[in-house]
Design a protein around this ligand. Structure first.
Ligand code: SF4
Length: 292
């Protein structure tokens, strides 16, 4: 729970506030951009939510915040916020909320499918929290867990045990040490089934991988994301822990695929027509080579 004694001075007056424990993960700013902003290295409330929709989104941020840094005072509606996760983004794709501090607040997703089509997939791991687990159960549980890279695995083991789910992770990010059931090796594509392809994308970490669903949705971990300020796709030059050169090569590999959604762990979600997304990917690769 946020501590009012640690309330940041940058917050405007009112019930909602951010305290000093904020780690600047960007989650609240994505969920409730009309309430939270980046004042430089941390988030704060720049405008109190004014209508039911804004209040709902601000309350969802309270639950999603990985560090419990957001206070809501008398405006707290914990039940509604808890009930809102997993939060439907589109079709059968959900944002899990309950971001984990272990993953520096990375976003995780749930893809739902009937069992006969392969069942539900958890993409990276949120905090293992009872209300979330119950809501995932209502959506059909979890059959498989895709882990994009070692930084965003959080409570994967608890989810795997609870749901009897099999996990997919790359060998080069230590899959064996985590007791992963399906260890991906090398840089070739791996088909989970007709709809789901794992594409290794070494760079951000040696064993980074992305997941392509129906040639439409690309779950990218920390390999690729949307930047609103650049209005294009980006990679994180300052957070490339393994090899920028390999990350560029891996990005070029993605030119062989089609997708219209980019759903990252960090950075913003993007939805564009496939042709436009391809142009943004080409632009991203050009930019990556320039800053290499
Ligand atoms: S969600 Fe929490 S940790 Fe992340 S930016 Fe907002 S207040 Fe800070």
């Amino acid at each position: 729970m946020a501590n009012a004694d640690l309330r940041l001075k940058e917050n405007v007056a009112g019930e909602f506030f951010v305290d000093e424990t904020c780690i600047d993960c960007d989650t609240c700013r994505q969920i409730a951009p009309k309430t939270f902003h980046d004042h430089g290295g941390q988030s704060s409330v720049y405008r109190q939510p004014k209508n039911p929709e804004e209040i709902k989104l601000a309350n969802m941020s309270v639950v999603a915040c990985p560090t419990g840094s957001i206070g809501a005072g008398k405006m707290l509606d914990a039940k509604a916020a808890i009930d809102s996760f997993p939060y439907k983004i589109t079709e059968n794709i959900y944002y899990c909320g309950y971001n984990s501090e272990q993953s520096f607040g990375a976003w995780s997703y749930l893809l739902t499918r009937p069992l006969e089509e392969g069942g539900n997939i958890l993409i990276d791991s949120p905090r293992f929290s009872s209300p979330l687990v119950k809501n995932i159960e209502k959506l059909g549980g979890i059959e498989k867990i895709f882990l994009s890279h070692k930084d965003d695995i959080a409570d994967h083991d608890s989810f795997a045990e609870k749901f009897g789910a099999e996990r997919f992770m790359h060998a080069d990010d230590g899959a064996k040490t985590y007791g992963i059931e399906n260890i991906i090796e090398g840089d070739g594509e791996f088909e989970i089934d007709d709809e789901l392809k794992i594409i290794p994308v070494s760079g951000h970490t040696k064993g980074s991988q992305v997941l392509l669903y129906k040639n439409k949705y690309l779950f990218t971990g920390d390999h690729l994301a949307w930047s609103p300020s650049r209005d294009s796709l980006i990679a994180f030059r300052g957070a490339c822990w393994y090899s920028w050169t390999e990350q560029i090569d891996s990005m070029e590999k993605l030119l062989d695929y089609e997708f219209e959604w980019v759903l990252p762990g960090h950075g913003r979600i993007a939805h564009r027509p496939k042709s436009e997304m391809k142009e943004h990917l080409i632009g991203c690769i050009k930019w990556m080579k320039k800053v290499a």
